[in-house]
Design a protein around this ligand. Structure first.
Ligand SMILES: Nc1ncnc2c1ncn2[C@@H]1O[C@H](COP(=O)(O)OP(=O)(O)OP(=O)(O)O)[C@@H](O)[C@H]1O
Length: 248
């Protein structure tokens, strides 16, 4: 799908009345609707079990939308469209890194798409350099630190030039330095992006808007920082004020 050929005003991603129950009958999404604007960075927040990961799996084409609809640039998108257009970075980058060297891992998606290996490697190296991670290129991925793995996984997704980037908990289990590095990298991206997180301070640094999920439905949405200053709203939905506001 080529966004240039679609309506100019269409949103990169739109979710309409999405419901989902797992095969055991557990209802995880209960009519979720929201949209992502061009070049917007959106935080998806909510307590444990509110449906964030289930929603991300739908966005990345891992689960088919059976009730409700997902649209890419104004057009209904099936799982194949979503897999092609949306780059998902898992919470555990180990799931994404499996080649002997980081550079091969970063090039993997391009090679799978038919790009000749030498060209794919050059692109992978250029992307690692852009993320200030060229020194990781020849390291075995399983020996990297958590923060380095996140950067490698991010390079592997960005090199594919996805239309929309989706990240599941990009800063969980990172030390302060790695966390800062991931935040800087995400801030510098010029792509529509959705991330899930429990780290509201990170969301404030990276995102301009947030959607708050509770029990599989949108409990609130709005611009940042406004939404994350509303202590009562956050507490009602199982969240706490970001550290920077709770200190005052
Ligand atoms: N495979 C599954 N089968 C049945 N129920 C599931 C399955 N995966 C998740 N659920 C349930 O669906 C609901 C939403 O789960 P989901 O993982 O999407 O929440 P989340 O907001 O990502 O949570 P967390 O913040 O803990 O990662 C939860 O009640 C969860 O128990």
């Amino acid at each position: 799908m080529n966004p240039a050929s679609s309506e100019k005003s269409a949103r990169p991603l739109e979710v309409r009345a999405l419901h989902y129950s797992y095969p055991d009958g557990h209802k995880a999404l209960n009519g979720v609707s929201f949209s992502l604007r061009e070049n917007e960075k959106l935080a998806l927040v909510g307590p444990n079990g509110s449906g964030k990961s289930t929603l991300l799996l739908h966005l990345a084409g891992g689960i088919a939308a059976r009730q409700g609809e997902i649209r890419l640039y104004g057009r209904p998108a099936g799982t194949e469209d979503l897999r092609r257009a949306v780059g998902l970075i898992f919470q555990e980058p180990d799931d994404q890194l499996f080649m002997p060297q980081v550079a091969d891992d970063v090039a993997f998606g391009l090679v799978a798409r038919g790009v000749p290996a030498a060209e794919a490697r050059l692109k992978a190296l250029a992307m690692l350099e852009r993320l200030d991670a060229a020194h990781l290129a020849e390291r075995p991925p399983h020996r990297l630190s958590g923060g380095e793995k996140r950067l490698a996984a991010l390079a592997g997704i960005l090199v594919m030039e996805p239309q929309v980037i989706v990240l599941d908990e990009p800063t969980s289990a990172l030390d302060p330095r790695a966390r800062r590095r991931v935040i800087e990298t995400l801030r510098a991206l010029r792509r529509p992006l959705i991330l899930t997180t429990h780290d509201l301070d990170m969301a404030l640094d990276v995102c301009s808007r947030a959607v708050l999920l509770h029990d599989g439905a949108v409990a609130a949405e709005g611009s940042l920082p406004g939404l994350f200053r509303d202590k009562e709203l956050l507490e009602r939905n199982g969240l706490e004020l970001p550290l920077r506001y709770s200190a005052t």
